[in-house]
Design a protein around this ligand. Structure first.
Ligand code: AMP
Length: 281
């Protein structure tokens, strides 16, 4: 695996005659890698000729500075995992390369409605930061296919919107959420949970599943939502949201109609650790 820290080196490396006509797959991450990340890498390896992963903890997408400070970093282990799973190139940029010009921080992306709900509402500025870094990474790597996880459902929609706004020539492939045997969605932030919290955290997926099993045209979603929010809060969670939305545009709805495609999304704190999850309905 080639490890590169500078955009110019990455550019030079990928533009070698050896890679002419090769399809490039790109898996951007913030490190502290787990099987979920590796499933994206594997999909990229199956769909493309060269897979580039990046690890960069992007400061501009953290609306909460404490969350940024505490974000897990396990670089040595990450490198071993990527190498063992056949990653071709690891891009490890530094902040002075990703944000060389302070003016870049004033950039604004017209995300519209998408930024006013769910993660956008509870993490002001988060998606602007995501767009800043993803635009820069896409310009640097110039992949044919970008691999993203459904775990961050709204982020996938935001990045698709960014690609449309900037007319970037890249295809997006969304990969399913990998879970622990308990149902807990794998996440780098899970490493901050103790054993007891890890057990509790499985309740998020259980709540989603319970709603999926109990929802019908005759049941108002809000009554199911209320039951599960109360249950989670009694167990010690602080729920930011538990919402049902149309899958194609994330319009939030109160009622379910069979025949339409939905996504059920949740975000909740366990102590100071914020977890998110979603399932398709
Ligand atoms: P992160 O390092 O958390 O920024 O995630 C990097 C990529 O991995 C994003 O596209 C995530 O959606 C994806 N990802 C994170 N967790 C999972 C998971 N449990 N299953 C599949 N993909 C995931």
């Amino acid at each position: 695996m080639k490890i590169l820290k500078h955009s110019s080196d990455l550019h030079k490396y990928l533009n070698q005659p050896l890679f002419k006509n090769c399809k490039i797959g790109f898996v951007p991450t913030m490190g502290a890698l787990h099987q979920g990340h590796l499933s994206l890498l594997n999909t990229s390896k199956n769909q493309t000729d060269v897979t580039v992963c990046s690890i960069y903890v992007n400061p501009t997408q953290f609306n909460n500075p404490k969350d940024f400070e505490k974000y897990p970093i396990t670089l040595e282990q990450d490198i071993l995992m990527l190498e063992a799973h056949g990653c071709d190139v690891l891009f490890l940029p530094e902040t002075n390369e990703m944000y060389p010009n302070p003016d870049a921080l004033n950039k604004h992306f017209e995300l519209g409605y998408l930024e006013t709900i769910l993660e956008g509402k509870f993490r002001p500025g988060h998606f602007q930061g995501v767009c800043m870094i993803v635009e820069t990474l896409l310009e640097t790597v110039q992949p044919d296919i970008l691999f993203l996880g459904q775990k961050d459902f709204q982020q996938c929609m935001v990045i698709k919107k960014l690609i449309e706004l900037k007319k970037l020539p890249v295809e997006v492939m969304i990969c399913p959420t990998l879970r622990e045997a308990s149902g807990l969605a794998m996440s780098s932030r899970n490493t901050r949970l103790n054993e007891e919290e890890k057990k509790l955290a499985t309740q998020l997926f259980q709540s989603l599943r319970w709603i999926k099993e109990n929802i019908s045209t005759s049941t108002n979603f809000t009554s199911l939502q209320k039951v599960q929010i109360e249950k989670l809060e009694q167990s010690g969670f602080k729920v930011d949201y538990l919402e049902l939305a149309l899958r194609n545009n994330l319009e939030l709805v109160d009622n379910y109609h069979s025949g339409k495609k939905y996504v059920l999304l949740i975000a909740a704190y366990l102590g100071d650790i914020r977890l998110i999850d979603n399932i398709l309905i």
